[in-house]
Design a protein around this ligand. Structure first.
Ligand SMILES: NC(=O)c1ccc[n+]([C@@H]2O[C@H](COP(=O)([O-])OP(=O)(O)OC[C@H]3O[C@@H](n4cnc5c(N)ncnc54)[C@H](OP(=O)(O)O)[C@@H]3O)[C@@H](O)[C@H]2O)c1
Length: 252
């Protein structure tokens, strides 16, 4: 069981993208964690108003979010207005969707594709930060973590391709660095971080798993455990950086 020694002993957490493979694994793990007081789970597939889970005494509350709608992100912020938060994890992301597939070459690039990936992977996390960072508990440590990807590293780009996804994750990493600087002024104990989950068995990675060496494809639960371990060890001095599942820093 992961612990978060730097966070409040009765912590409130938010997961955005709670329907995804890694998002579900985070939800499961956090719900089972006695340090969690309230867990707010948002996903495109959870409908309408905030819904307290049926079973009495449940810590989970679910709500809907569409990351391609600014109004929907604002609504999520309104629903959580005044709730003190200790941990926000954005576990959503987009790589492919029907005809929208990662570009093998410049010839495949389409503006609409790059716009959608930037909206979901970069702009939505920025708008979520705008809504939720004001809720982070003052005078205490808090963590705002977003799932990024190693392919967002500029210096580690040896293979090329996947223009829109790479650009969206590189821009996300810059967003997080910039956010960390502003956040540090108001909330010196807050930590803003990007996380690379490894290659994880999910709908997002499914079409690209063929060349992944045996043993290198994590289950979502394995990856969530690694990442929650990292979250529990982060210090404010590490804010603004991106860390991989094994604790190593992903270079900018
Ligand atoms: N899997 C990997 O190997 C891998 C590797 C590196 C980085 N990552 C990153 O890890 C994160 C999670 O990936 P995953 O593997 O768990 O993928 P996944 O199972 O496909 O989950 C993606 C999540 O994003 C949500 N989402 C996408 N577009 C949305 C929108 N417009 N509005 C609201 N929600 C939206 C999905 O919601 P719906 O359920 O409603 O579609 C789902 O909850 C992503 O940021 C990904 O880039 C994954």
């Amino acid at each position: 069981m992961n612990t978060f020694p730097q966070l409040h002993p009765a912590m409130n957490a938010v997961i955005i993208g709670a329907s995804g493979a890694i998002g579900q694994a985070f939800t499961q793990r956090l719900l089972a964690n006695p340090q969690i007081n309230r867990l707010f789970c948002f996903s495109r597939s959870f409908c309408g108003q905030l819904i307290q889970q049926q079973s009495s005494g449940s810590k989970q509350t679910s709500g809907e979010i569409d990351l391609e709608s600014e109004a929907s992100i604002d609504r999520m912020g309104q629903q959580l207005k005044g709730v003190p938060l200790d941990l926000v994890i954005i576990a959503s992301g987009l790589l492919h969707d029907g005809d929208l597939q990662p570009e093998k070459s410049l010839r495949n690039l389409k503006a609409i594709q790059m716009q959608r990936l930037l909206q979901v992977n970069t702009i939505a996390p920025a708008l979520i930060a705008q809504q939720l960072l004001p809720n982070m508990r003052k005078g205490q440590a808090s963590i705002f973590a977003v799932l990024s990807a190693r392919v967002g590293s500029i210096s580690d780009n040896h293979a090329g391709g996947w223009y829109s996804y790479r650009v969206s994750k590189a821009a996300l990493n810059m967003l997080l660095k910039t956010l960390s600087i502003e956040t540090q002024r108001r909330l010196p104990k807050a930590i803003v971080t990007g996380l690379h989950p490894g290659t994880v068995d999910s709908a997002l990675s499914h079409p690209f798993q063929r060349n992944v060496p045996r043993g290198n494809l994590f289950t979502p639960e394995q990856s969530a455990d690694y990442l929650l371990g990292i979250i529990g060890s982060l210090t404010p001095e590490q804010s603004g950086r991106v860390f991989a599942w094994d604790g190593t820093e992903v270079p900018p």
